[in-house]
Design a protein around this ligand. Structure first.
Ligand SMILES: C[S@@+](CC[C@H](N)C(=O)[O-])C[C@H]1O[C@@H](n2cnc3c(N)ncnc32)[C@H](O)[C@@H]1O
Length: 305
């Protein structure tokens, strides 16, 4: 594929990319959910136009460099099944743009909706002042939390130095370095004696069956961010066991476990658990107060013995 094969006018180009994506066995799960949405994202970014552009750009003429970029990204998306944000280097989360590359997962957590709606109806009183984004990857959750609440301090924690290097780039992009800090460690390891009003966490939670069946696009993402044991809950069990120690008296944990929510719900069937619902899609996020966590941890402990 070369630039000569790419139509010159943006509207025609969209149809061309859509036609190729639609005829290919692609999976759309990294920020878009259809061949058309993905074609729009690719072409607008290649043309360096705003991602929310309207029909007025359809008549726009693309230059040679833009058409070359469209040819390359389209070919690699189809041949190598690389998620689009890794090709463009950009991902959107909670309405904000982030640097995105293969050092961390493409951000897509439903926690974005919770952040945008100021943690309502779960959080009462003054806005949270200290927030931990545990297993932060490229930092989108914690940085979005900081952008939507200008008074809070945020700690971004991950075990991967590569992911944290990307998170640091995103901290600089959003100019929040005065109140967002990165720490490296195994879960809470680097956080002795610190407490938080909120812990937001999207840890690895894919169970062994789902991991084996995942579309090719997910194999481009760092494996450390996906699998978490046979039932997907190895890391989440450890988080639930330790989180209360790191929460303030009225603090809350929001833990995403995706499809593994069924396994966790079954393990904790004697507890009254709060599972969030989302208007813009997504599932498997548990809300637990600091007061509820000791009983949850004890029940999990008992289920293992
Ligand atoms: C599902 S990804 C989530 C990334 C980010 N929160 C997001 O939503 O885009 C999980 C992250 O957990 C990190 N991780 C895996 N095991 C960890 C551990 N034991 N301690 C801390 N972070 C860990 C991985 O490096 C990865 O960045």
């Amino acid at each position: 594929m070369t630039f000569e094969t790419v139509p010159q006018q943006l509207g025609d180009c969209l149809d061309w990319v859509f036609g190729i994506f639609d005829a290919s066995p692609l999976y759309f799960g990294h920020g878009t959910d259809s061949a058309w949405d993905e074609a729009v994202q690719l072409v607008l970014q290649a043309a360096e136009l705003p991602i929310d552009s309207g029909d007025e750009v359809l008549a726009h003429y693309l230059n040679e460099a833009q058409r070359e970029r469209i040819a390359q990204w389209t070919q690699r998306r189809v041949d190598e099944r690389i998620p689009l944000p890794y090709l463009t280097g950009r991902a959107w989360f909670a309405g904000l743009a982030f640097h995105c590359d293969e050092r961390a997962l493409v951000p897509r957590s439903p926690l974005a909706e919770l952040i945008v709606r100021d943690y309502q109806p779960w959080w009462a009183g003054a806005a949270p002042r200290r927030i931990l984004d545990l297993c932060c990857g490229g930092g989108a959750i914690g940085i979005a939390a900081a952008r939507y609440n200008e008074l809070c301090e945020v700690v971004l924690a991950d075990i991967s130095a590569d992911a944290l290097a990307l998170a640091q780039r995103n901290v600089a992009l959003h100019e929040v370095g005065d109140r967002v800090h990165c720490v490296q460690g195994d879960l809470f390891e680097a956080l002795s004696n610190e407490t938080f009003d909120l812990i937001l966490t999207n840890p690895p939670y894919v169970d062994a069956n789902d991991l084996a069946a995942m579309p090719s696009e997910y194999r481009v993402e760092p494996p450390l961010g996906l699998g978490s044991g046979q039932d997907g809950l190895d890391i989440s069990r450890r988080i639930l066991a330790q989180a209360a120690t790191y929460l303030s008296e009225h603090g809350m944990l929001f833990l995403e476990v995706g499809n593994s929510w069924l396994a966790l719900d079954e393990l904790l069937k004697d507890q009254a658990l709060s599972w969030l619902s989302f208007e813009s899609g997504g599932h498997g996020v548990l809300a637990a107060t600091a007061g509820e966590l000791p009983a949850i941890a004890a029940a999990l402990n008992k289920s293992q013995s």
